[in-house]
Design a protein around this ligand. Structure first.
Ligand SMILES: [Zn+2]
Length: 268
């Protein structure tokens, strides 16, 4: 193999897998700045809509007169289309979270792109307009970035993790983007790690997260899937309730992602 072919291969691999890491790092810094300067906090919920938790969250958000951003998968939206329409009708922002929640870095390139496109297509079939795509596990390739963009969806990550999947709660740091054993987004409650999960979902851990968000502003990652863990699901609800109440007392605004990106959306 000639050196030029090898070089071209390395450049392609870098563009396919490396570029999304740079885009993510750039975006997290940018939305951190926007949220800090404007005192904004966006609650984002992935993996739903679910049988039980989505309705409980909706009730809580309605009671507090707050709006969230829901990243639904095509699979769950197909099972509960009325719930997706109810979210949209209630003024919440809807984003796509792929169809079957495939990790683009562990799938074939084509499979990752198809999963992204099918998820967005599913929302379009329901008549839901979405400006956002969130890659499962936060893992994107150049292919999924372009697939989402070609359908009018910006790929969006988060600045803070709520810890409601057993991951480390708090501000996202570069080391955590690269992933740790329990870091990043996991789709289910972490089995066999009860003690660790318990330590990450205490009222004290929750308060530290809320204090950080009130101080910094930001986009917080939560989940409205039924995870089969009362502890994690109660943590999701408690973060939602306590964060909204305390953020407002501190003069921060709870907004959807539409408002975080409003300058880009109105100018495009
Ligand atoms: Zn997810």
């Amino acid at each position: 193999m000639s050196a030029s072919v090898l070089g071209a291969g390395v450049i392609c691999l870098y563009a396919w897998y490396g570029l999304p890491f740079l885009v993510r790092g750039f975006q997290v810094r940018r939305i951190s700045r926007i949220c800090r300067e404007r005192g904004l906090i966006a609650l984002t919920y992935d993996d739903g809509p679910s049988e039980a938790l989505t309705a409980r969250l909706l009730e809580e958000l309605d009671r507090l007169d707050a709006k969230g951003t829901f990243f639904v998968t095509g699979r769950e939206a197909g099972l509960r289309p009325d719930e997706v329409r109810r979210l949209a009708a209630g003024g919440h922002a809807i984003g796509s979270h792929s169809d079957k929640h495939c990790n683009a870095l562990k799938s074939t390139p084509w499979h990752g792109i198809l999963d992204c496109l099918r998820g967005i297509g599913c929302l379009q079939e329901l008549g839901i307009r979405s400006n956002f795509y969130r890659p499962p596990y936060g893992k994107a390739t150049l292919g999924t970035l372009l697939a989402a963009r070609s359908n009018g969806c910006r790929t969006v990550w988060w600045t803070h993790d709520s810890g409601d999947t057993g991951s480390v709660p708090g501000r996202v740091r570069f080391g955590r983007i690269l992933g740790s054993r329990l870091g990043g987004e996991s789709r289910r409650a972490v089995r066999g790690e009860d003690e660790l999960v318990a330590s990450r979902t205490t009222p004290e851990a929750r308060q530290t997260l809320i204090d950080e968000l009130i101080e910094d502003g930001g986009v917080v990652l939560l989940h409205d899937s039924d995870r089969g863990s009362d502890r994690l699901e109660e943590h999701t609800l408690s973060v939602t309730r306590e964060l909204i109440e305390q953020a407002r007392q501190a003069g921060r605004r709870i907004v959807t992602l539409e408002e975080v990106f409003e300058d880009d959306i109105t100018s495009s």
